[in-house]
Design a protein around this ligand. Structure first.
Ligand code: E4P
Length: 228
């Protein structure tokens, strides 16, 4: 299973890449804004260079299909490892399937985003998505069962040998990450602050503290024995 970092923060990307756990990066317009990014193209180019050859997902920002295609082609040309994020439907509920199909025919890799259901996964995958992004936290916000959506999608993709890979995003607690992994996510995209929680455990720290204290005490005891 791969882990992507859900951030536009280059410092955090560098740090978690150094730990050897980052297989790619995902962004969206909200993440860009939260990280103070004004010039999305310039920032995406820098991020793409930083993580090359790992994939970087960058999202289009329009409801209009022709404009989506235009933005997608511009983004895809910024760097060879850029994957274009296309929302599965637009604000009005119009499917982006023709856009996804067209881009995949042009060999632009598409991450179909804002997916909340197994049905959306099937259609996006059939249209040519490279990645299908299931928003686990938002599914759960509406009372849905995110693990069931992931499990059914993973089984269906495997059963029919469909190449689309599942990215589970919108994870908010360590338990969400563990549940998504168990349900068969191919990739989970995780904000740095949540990775921090995933590695930490109060009892691990207590355990290490106990071992270190005993090691120091044992050393002091043997020094005392040697001197008497
Ligand atoms: C994933 O690709 C999305 O960018 C992200 O995980 C959405 O998370 P949110 O629901 O916390 O905004």
């Amino acid at each position: 299973m791969d882990i992507f970092l859900d951030t536009a923060d280059q410092q955090q990307v560098r740090r978690w890449m150094d730990y050897g756990v980052v297989d790619g990066v995902t962004t969206n317009p909200t993440i860009m804004r939260r990280n103070g990014v004004g010039d999305i193209e310039r920032h995406s180019r820098e991020l793409a260079r930083l993580i090359d050859p790992r994939p970087l997902s960058v999202e289009v920002t329009t409801n209009d299909h022709d404009e989506m295609l235009r933005e997608a082609r511009v983004l895809a040309k910024l760097a060879s490892n850029i994957v274009v994020k296309i929302p599965v439907i637009n604000e009005q509920g119009l499917p982006s399937l023709a856009v996804i199909r067209q881009l995949s025919e042009e060999r632009v890799r598409v991450n179909v985003t804002a997916i909340m259901s197994f049905g959306q996964v099937m259609l996006a995958a059939k249209a040519g998505a490279t990645y299908v992004s299931i928003f686990a936290g938002r599914v759960a916000d509406e009372g849905g069962d995110a693990a069931a959506v992931i499990r059914r999608s993973a089984a269906w993709l495997a059963r029919w040998n469909t190449p689309a890979r599942i990215i589970v995003g919108s994870v908010r607690e360590p338990a969400n990450v563990q549940d998504a992994a168990e349900a068969g996510a191919h990739i989970i995209t995780i904000p740095p602050a949540l990775l921090e929680k995933l590695i930490d455990h109060r009892y691990s720290r207590d355990t290490v503290r106990g071992f270190n204290e005993d090691a120091r005490a044992a050393l002091a005891e043997s020094a005392l024995r040697a001197s008497t």
